[in-house]
Write a protein that binds this ligand. Structure first.
Ligand code: ZN
Length: 320
């Protein structure tokens, strides 16, 4: 079990979920002079200031000047006051960026380069922006939806239907499978050369997480898994997943590749250490729970720190 918090997880914002339906309370949050706004462009990027290494939030004055017509989504509050998000089209985002002297950053970049608070806030805001952009009509009667609860629900405007729609979170599992002193990693044909990762897949209706682990590992690699143990989870809004990390033990290590992977192999400690040193192996970056799964597996069996083996790879250096 990892003691560390995964990137995007553990955000300290007070979400105030119990107050979002209170119209007076909501109006007060939107009118709060201390309110700050994270802008999310429809292409999924936000604004940051490279020299400061953090997000470029808009203050209330800037929001009124640059995006007065955009209905904000309430995210929560910290000691500085309310935090809200603004979803805007790319043209608007470009104009605001130019006005503020800000640059754009995508979520993977933010996960690798920005402080944990900023990266987690962006992941949260981006998940809602994506849901709002793609959930505009009722999936039951096709009438337009109206956002309620400060952006956290959508109500069908057809009074005969009036279904409430909730933000979508798709559970996906990711697993490091061990067999003795080896671990199972695979790669997809479209990945960069030498890149290997832990196996992953979406949970299907009617499955437990453990069922999904066993089915996906078998489908992708032919390996049969016995015991599996929950490790940790991570918001993964690419666009709307929740990654649930597991470790598992194989009961039959025979590999029979399925259609999804171009290769899957058992790696022992030496394969990992030498592969990384000789640049014949590229592992997932620090931003992903896959990295943590491999790091914990390696530490438990060898005492080695994965980050120590990666110090010459600038994109996987731990954040300061
Ligand atoms: Zn409807």
């Amino acid at each position: 079990m990892s003691a560390r918090v995964n990137v995007f997880a553990g955000h300290p914002l007070e979400r105030n979920a119990e107050s979002r339906d209170d119209a007076d309370w909501g109006a007060a949050q939107l009118a709060d002079a201390r309110a700050r706004f994270i802008l999310v462009a429809d292409d999924g990027r936000t604004l940051y200031i490279p020299a400061q290494g953090g997000l470029r939030l808009l203050d209330a004055h800037e929001q009124r000047a640059l995006a007065p017509d955009v209905v904000p989504t309430y995210l929560g509050a910290d000691v500085g006051g309310p935090l809200l998000s603004l979803r805007v089209d790319v043209d608007r985002a470009e104009r605001v960026a130019a006005e503020l002297g800000a640059k754009f950053i995508d979520l993977r970049g933010a996960g690798m380069r920005l402080p944990a608070f900023d990266a987690g806030l962006f992941a949260y805001a981006r998940a809602y922006a994506y849901w709002h952009a793609r959930t505009r009509y009722c999936s039951s009667c096709a009438a337009p939806l109206r956002l309620t609860a400060l952006g956290h629900r959508a109500l069908c405007t057809n009074e005969a239907c009036a279904i409430e729609h909730f933000p979508r979170v798709d559970p996906a599992m990711i697993v490091i499978v061990g067999f003795g002193d080896r671990c199972l990693l695979g790669r997809q044909a479209t990945w960069p050369e030498h890149r290997y990762s832990t196996l992953a897949g979406f949970v299907e209706p009617g499955e437990s997480l453990e069922d999904a682990v066993r089915r996906e590992v078998f489908e992708e690699s032919g390996v049969r898994v016995g015991a599996c143990t929950y490790h940790s989870s991570q918001p993964w809004p690419f666009p709307s997943s929740l990654m649930l990390g597991f470790s598992a033990e194989a009961i039959d290590p025979t590999i029979r590749l399925g259609a999804e992977l171009s290769d899957a192999r058992w790696f022992d400690i030496d394969d990992l250490v030498r592969g990384l040193a000789e640049r014949r192996l590229v592992l997932p970056p620090r931003v992903s729970v896959s990295h943590e799964l491999i790091a914990d597996w390696l530490r438990a069996r060898s005492g080695l720190e994965l980050t120590d083996l990666l110090t010459d790879e600038p994109w996987v250096k731990p954040r300061a």
